[in-house]
Write a protein that binds this ligand. Structure first.
Ligand code: NDP
Length: 245
């Protein structure tokens, strides 16, 4: 695991938006950030699941989370602008933006990948991360210590047969991260990517149906690298491709 001792209250009053926060790694990270004092914005498209995460945060004594419902497959420029306007009015700044939502797509060879599936996976895994970051730039610039995290994968760093659209989308995610990192360095905004590594979620089970899930770490176990990047210890780290485990 990434070696970082997480101090109590690390994220006190930091405003952090996490996409795909209704389940899996995103939900665990949202609860983890809230437990460290953050004001969390939970993005997803499953309202009931988002409400449940919000309730769990409240029950654990965290600040009341905002929920943000948006289907990243359908969202257009106007939808992203509306998100920015809402968060601008509500918070006036954004200290953390974690692009965690992702789509596995068909686990088949490129030869068998329908063009429409490639477009769909690129839309959710790449285009949404670009458009949301672009729309939220004024809010990130208004923070004194903003951190943006893109979610990669081992197949975003080395191509692998049978991972088709997903692998291509994660390579593009790394490219997006690197370009944003250079372009936003002067604004003091750090931009990095995290490869969670095999983590016990629905996506992992879909990708490895034959695997015994008990052997795979829970999402709660892989949080230190995210927390490192979101907190002040991450200052000066930018353009890096990091591993959670
Ligand atoms: P899950 O499948 O458990 O969660 C994926 C999340 O993305 C869900 O919240 C899902 O929402 C959301 N999402 C997908 N499509 C859309 C959409 N169109 N609009 C809005 N939200 C959407 O996956 P994980 O928690 O495992 O994965 C989180 C990230 O980590 C992903 O980027 C994944 O690629 C990456 N990753 C995961 C690994 C693992 O072993 N688990 C390994 C390497 C990388 P909904 O519930 O509505 O579908």
């Amino acid at each position: 695991m990434f070696d970082y001792h997480v101090p109590a209250d690390l994220l006190r009053d930091r405003v952090i938006l996490i996409t795909g926060a209704n389940r899996g790694i995103g939900a665990a990270l949202a609860k983890g950030c809230a437990a460290l004092g953050a004001q969390v914005i939970l993005h997803g498209r499953d309202v009931a699941a988002l409400d449940q995460v919000r309730d769990e945060i409240l029950a654990a004594g965290g600040q009341p989370a905002e929920t943000l419902v948006l289907d990243l497959e359908q969202a257009d420029v106007a939808a992203y602008a509306a998100v920015a306007q809402r968060l601008s009015q509500r918070f006036g700044r954004l200290d953390g933006l974690v692009h965690n939502a992702g789509l596995l797509g068909p686990r088949v060879s490129l030869e068998e990948t329908p063009a429409s599936a490639l477009a769909q996976v690129l839309n959710v895994n790449v285009q949404a991360g670009f458009a949301l970051t672009q729309a939220l730039l004024p809010l990130l610039k208004a923070s004194s210590d903003a951190s943006v995290i893109f979610t990669s994968s081992s197949v975003g760093r080395k191509g692998r047969a049978g991972w088709g659209a997903y692998s291509v989308s994660k390579f593009a995610t790394e490219g997006l991260m690197q370009v944003w990192a250079e372009e936003l360095a002067d604004a003091g905004i750090r931009v990095n990517s995290v490869n969670p590594g095999g983590t016990r979620t629905a996506m992992r089970a879909a990708a490895y149906p034959e695997e015994d899930p008990v052997r795979v770490p829970l999402p709660e176990a892989i949080l230190p690298v995210y927390l490192y990047l979101l907190g002040p210890a991450g200052q000066g780290t930018t353009g890096q491709a990091l591993n959670a485990q």
